[in-house]
Design a protein around this ligand. Structure first.
Ligand code: 5BU
Length: 274
């Protein structure tokens, strides 16, 4: 089945999106011709900034795990925000909130990381129920931020399947896409219940690799084409496959370019699929 959202351009979808962060992302994707998000899972501020500077021309989004940085200071997120403006990308803190509404609101706004101050997009497990969405919304909505729900995961044996995934999609529908703009998922989990593609959720997909098929800890990889063309996802998320390549700065950018090209080709082909 050709799901209607997958034959619309990112720019067309930007035009009708009610959320400012999602609109910004879709516009950047169109402008830079990229659906690549690089996941910067390195553990010092200097390494994060180095990887980001290397891959910046090729990405629409940079994904962080800010709690793995051993020498974190606010200077890091200030610099990331500057780079995001300069190189035209959005920042996605992959925080995977998973507590009651009151607690996640504090985790999102406060502590040392103050995630809502610099991260355009973050994500949450639907596990605790709709209170997690409203709790995060009290902090993120006034700032024009966006939330993704984890409807599926890439790791072997994960429990986000079947009814759980369906409930996650329903929770997003109930919340409205002016705040919940889409899902972490492996495919178009939103197709059922919206056959005409009127809702237009974003699907962001980790577990993407051109060479490796997985790691020793349950990660599973698919190619950009499988993710974007076969499964209709919107953004490919790549970590070790890009920042892990040997050969220094040029090699890292060259690898990012390779993923960008593969992801973009798959997107262009799906637009014209009959
Ligand atoms: P990798 O190096 O490309 O395997 O990194 C993948 C990143 O995406 C890493 O930061 C994970 O935390 C993240 N991820 C994932 O791999 N799978 C998931 O289901 C989710 C996030 Br949700």
């Amino acid at each position: 089945m050709v799901y209607p959202t997958t034959v619309k351009t990112y720019l067309e979808r930007a035009a009708s999106h009610p959320n400012a962060a999602a609109r910004k992302l879709l516009e950047i994707m169109d402008r830079k011709k990229t659906n690549l998000c690089v996941s910067v899972d390195v553990t010092t501020s200097a390494e994060v900034l180095e990887v980001v500077r290397n891959v910046a021309p090729a990405v629409c989004m940079v994904k962080t795990h800010i709690d793995i940085i051993s020498d974190f200071t606010p200077a890091l997120t200030e610099e990331l925000a500057k780079l995001a403006d300069e190189f035209d990308f959005v920042i996605f803190e992959d925080r995977k909130f998973a507590d009651i509404g009151n607690t996640v609101a504090l985790q999102y706004s406060s502590g040392v990381h103050k995630i809502a101050d610099w991260s355009h997009i973050t994500n949450a497990h639907p596990l605790p129920g709709p209170g997690i969405i409203s709790g995060l919304g009290t902090v993120g909505k006034p700032k024009g931020r966006a939330l993704l729900l984890l409807a599926e995961m890439s790791s072997k044996g994960n429990l986000a399947t079947g009814e759980y995934t369906k409930t996650a999609v329903q929770m997003a529908r109930d919340a409205g896409r002016d705040w919940v703009v889409g899902f972490i998922a492996m495919g178009r989990v939103d197709a059922e219940g919206d056959p005409e593609g009127k809702e237009d959720f974003l699907i962001l997909t980790p577990g993407v690799g051109l060479v490796a098929k997985g790691d020793k800890l349950g990660q599973q990889y698919r190619t950009p084409r499988e993710v974007v063309y076969d499964s209709g996802c919107d953004v490919i998320i790549v970590g070790r496959g890009i920042y892990g390549v040997q050969g220094g700065r040029e090699a890292v950018l060259a690898e990012a370019e390779k993923y960008r090209e593969e992801g973009w080709k798959a997107y262009e082909e799906r637009l014209t699929r009959a």
